[in-house]
Design a protein around this ligand. Structure first.
Ligand SMILES: [Zn+2]
Ligand SMILES: [Zn+2]
Length: 394
């Protein structure tokens, strides 16, 4: 009997050519299929790695120089070509290198059922490939549509809804069959991006080009792509405020709000994160248009403070810091930052003492000017409106 792992010493016998922008897991699975094995068995046999252990982790994100070297050796491709297929090759462009085990926000997790389901793909891209393969760009958080075919991406089989996992697929001539019902995934029908949403396609193309070039062109300056993608994470958190978002002139605002409302009603709608991320990406692109007006107005209308913009970064880039300093301090030049809870606290304090609650008396407690401090005025008015609404409703 042959010992399990007997081919370990041998190089790969058949080696598919890596395709442009191909994911490491895609190329490895194609190589496994060329040997007539599923991925996990192939890894155990040829790489002497525990295949099932390796398939449980995110092989495309794993930083594993020994594995890369082994793959280069066995495939006889230069190691650079192997590393290029790993998402690690986007370090310094899409995300900051920190040797972490888990993908940063810029990359879609495959295990997180709450925000995501399976590996995303465009069925039309797969259908056009001579040798269908899975792209790195399908794992980027900002990418939810295929800008070439103008359709949304999907992450599951169109027939049985099984999520896409390359590790579960069974050996076949092409890497395109559902792991559960074996349907050809190239036949998956997905909605077109409506004509009204063409602005969103522009946004995705802008991000893809920026990543490719390594820089973005913002108001005539070249900004390193890493800085923009770090800002993306911060801005998406600030933008994703559902019905409360104020973003005048954003062309898809109503659709976004409608989606948020539906999402609250139907939690089982698993495709909605794809649409939601599509809207958020488009909004971020919108903020950088007409610079600095759109982003400044966004900050003002939504009463965002300097802290809101600079909070949550591991290292904030000098570019973003300067931009926010300029945008937000212009807005509340006079006085320090004021929080909502300070204003509510001051109102309650006055009420408890039986004193009159006015814009002036509350500002007196908070310690700012009652008309010049714009941020204060915004928060005060909003709080009063909310309290009045509360009394009317109750
Ligand atoms: Zn496509
Ligand atoms: Zn299926």
């Amino acid at each position: 009997m042959r010992r399990r792992g007997w081919v370990e010493e041998y190089d790969f016998l058949v080696i598919p050519q890596p395709q442009p922008d191909e994911l490491l897991s895609s190329w490895l699975t194609r190589t496994a299929f060329a040997h007539d094995y599923p991925l996990t068995t192939f890894i155990s046999m040829f790489l002497k790695h525990d295949g099932s252990a390796l398939s449980r982790i995110d092989i495309d994100f794993k930083e594993d120089p020994i594995l890369f070297e082994k793959l280069a050796h066995k495939s006889r491709f230069p190691i650079e070509q192997i590393v290029q297929m790993s998402l690690r090759s986007e370090e310094g462009y899409l995300f900051e290198s920190d040797h972490g085990l888990y993908p940063p926000k810029q990359i879609r997790k495959l295990k997180d059922k709450r925000t995501h389901y399976g590996l995303m793909f465009c069925p039309k891209c797969l259908a056009e490939d001579t040798h269908p393969y899975w792209r790195k760009q399908w794992r980027y958080t900002f990418n939810n549509v295929c800008s070439k075919h103008k359709i949304f991406l999907t992450d599951r089989c169109g027939k049985c809804y099984e999520r896409i996992r390359l590790t579960k697929m069974k050996p076949s001539d092409e890497l395109v069959y559902c792991s559960k019902c074996r349907r050809d995934l190239r036949l998956t029908v997905i909605p077109h991006v409506p004509k009204l949403h063409m602005f969103g396609l522009k946004a995705v193309t802008w991000f893809i080009d920026g990543l490719q070039n390594g820089y973005f062109d913002i108001a005539g300056s070249r900004i390193r792509s890493l800085f923009v993608f770090e800002a993306y994470t911060n801005l998406s958190r600030l933008l994703d405020r559902g019905d409360n978002l104020l973003l005048d002139e954003f062309p898809m605002l109503e659709e976004y709000k409608k989606l948020c409302r539906n999402h609250e009603e139907y939690h089982s709608r698993k495709a909605s994160p794809i649409y939601r991320n599509f809207y958020i990406t488009t909004m971020i692109y919108f903020l950088f248009q007409n610079y600095p007006e759109n982003i400044q107005k966004f900050a003002q209308d939504n009463n965002l403070t300097h802290r809101d913009f600079v909070h949550g970064f591991k290292h904030i880039s000098f570019w973003y810091q300067c931009m926010i300093d300029e945008l937000v301090s212009m807005q509340n030049k006079i006085g320090r930052e004021i929080s909502e809870s300070e204003v509510v606290g001051a109102i309650n304090y006055l009420k408890n003492r039986g004193e009159k609650v006015t814009q002036e008396t509350v500002a007196g407690i908070v310690g700012c000017h009652f008309t010049i401090h714009k941020q204060y005025v915004g928060i005060y008015k909003k709080t009063i409106r909310q309290q009045q609404k509360y009394y009317i409703d109750h």
